[in-house]
Design a protein around this ligand. Structure first.
Ligand SMILES: [Ca+2]
Ligand SMILES: [Ca+2]
Length: 414
């Protein structure tokens, strides 16, 4: 795991001893600058949640040590108004809350963005109570052996970790917080936005050049944030599913931003990535975070009864039974307007890799890097980083020299 990074770090140590004797050549300097402009590796739910339970300091720290440039805390609010890192307000799938008798009476059903949802909700717990919970791996096919060991961190704790690791690693590590269900949090009297800005301000990270991106699937709260902060903002763009022909399905509730539902605005998520939609997004955000198939989709190799056929013959229908389609024009259209493009989510499991990638997740990263994305949300930061090094080696002969001659060849997010 992550041999390249270890080798680079070892070389960096050696290189520093001889730095006066072997100054960087112009080629190496140029290669290092290109590396700084290479696609960002954003540690999705920490960047190591392929290995450890998501949104824990341990998963963030591992994601950083695997090479993530940014770590992603998804944010929900506690009863006493603290922002904690969880993928959903409902804690049932990502913590051991259902096993703790002291909280048995907190189980209830909440209507979340129009969908009745049963479980245990962060807004019914104080931070002190949240600290009694322990995280669990939410993907059943991933390693469950770390369940029940790690605490739920606050946003402030995640920022402290990013700063400390930046010093230790000698590179600037950023955070990429997502405001989860902003309309819901407003409705329950715990709006996220000003709380988030207050924590960023306290950390000295509430300005344009801070290593911070704020993301949201809703639009109204991003507009509000734009009026209050110069921190970079990213509009997430979702959909429900990919149809057999590669076009996107917009079944509810993944049809549109929930603030559009509340304000009775017509349209679907896909309207945000048309040339006109991108113009609108440019009015309040710095980029888009689209689901991957908006950029490069896939179609069934063979269709049977309106769905993909099991062409691999393994008894299941999954992404291995699909073939990659050519890139859409979304990246080019976004770049024409100066918008960044950070697609999600890159995962290494075989069943999640389109047949065209031959079972190697590196090939998926390479396809998206080649298509021109500015960053990727990855559950396996080590693979994203290794693929990025291969991408640079392929396109930049000087990058090999940078790797071999002990220069720092990683991104530095200044
Ligand atoms: Ca997220
Ligand atoms: Ca199959």
């Amino acid at each position: 795991m992550n041999h390249l990074k270890k080798i680079c770090t070892a070389m960096l140590g050696l290189g520093m001893l001889f730095v006066a004797a072997t100054p960087a050549t112009a080629h190496e300097e140029r290669a290092r600058r290109r590396a700084d402009n290479a696609p960002l590796v954003i540690g999705h739910r920490g960047g190591a949640n392929g290995y450890l339970p998501e949104h824990t300091l341990e998963a963030y720290a591992l994601g950083i040590s695997l090479g993530a440039d940014y770590i992603e805390p998804d944010l929900v609010a506690t009863k006493d108004g603290h922002l904690i890192a969880r993928h959903e307000p409902n804690l049932i799938d990502t913590t051991n809350v259902k096993d703790l008798p002291q909280f048995a009476n907190r189980r209830r059903t909440v209507v979340l963005d129009g969908v009745p949802t049963e479980g245990f909700f962060a807004s019914d717990f104080t931070l002190a109570e949240i600290k009694q919970l322990r995280a669990v791996q939410s993907f059943p096919e991933r390693d469950q052996s770390f369940n029940g060991r790690f605490q739920i961190p606050t946003l402030a704790e995640v920022i402290d970790l990013a700063k400390r690791k930046s010093r230790e690693e000698g590179r600037r590590i950023g955070i990429y917080p997502e405001t989860k269900h902003p309309t819901y949090h407003q409705a329950i009297g715990l709006p996220l936005e000003d709380r988030l800005l207050a924590v960023l301000s306290a950390a000295g990270w509430n300005q344009r050049n801070a290593p911070v991106f704020i993301q949201s699937f809703e639009t109204a709260n991003l507009r509000y944030l734009r009026s209050k902060t110069s921190v970079r903002l990213i509009q997430l763009v979702d959909a429900n599913d990919v149809k057999p022909d590669g076009s996107l399905d917009f079944s509810k509730p993944y049809d549109k931003p929930y603030d559009w539902v509340v304000s009775n605005r017509d349209g679907q998520f896909k309207d945000l990535v048309t040339p006109r939609g991108l113009q609108e997004v440019r009015g309040y955000a710095d980029g888009i975070g689209p689901w991957k198939p908006y950029l490069i989709s896939s179609a069934c190799k063979s269709v049977q009864n309106g769905a993909c056929a099991d062409v691999t013959g393994d008894g299941v229908v999954d992404d291995r039974d699909r073939v990659l389609l050519p890139p859409t024009d979304v990246i080019a259209n976004a770049h024409r307007l100066g918008l960044l493009v950070h697609p999600y989510t890159f995962r290494s499991e075989q069943k999640r890799l389109t047949g065209s990638f031959g079972g190697n997740p590196v090939n998926e990263y390479l396809a998206f890097y080649e298509a021109g994305v500015d960053g990727v949300f990855s559950d396996f930061a080590d693979t994203a980083v290794a693929a990025r090094a291969m991408f640079l080696l392929k396109h930049d002969p000087d990058y090999a020299g940078c790797l071999v001659n002990s220069r720092k060849c990683e991104r530095n997010n200044d």
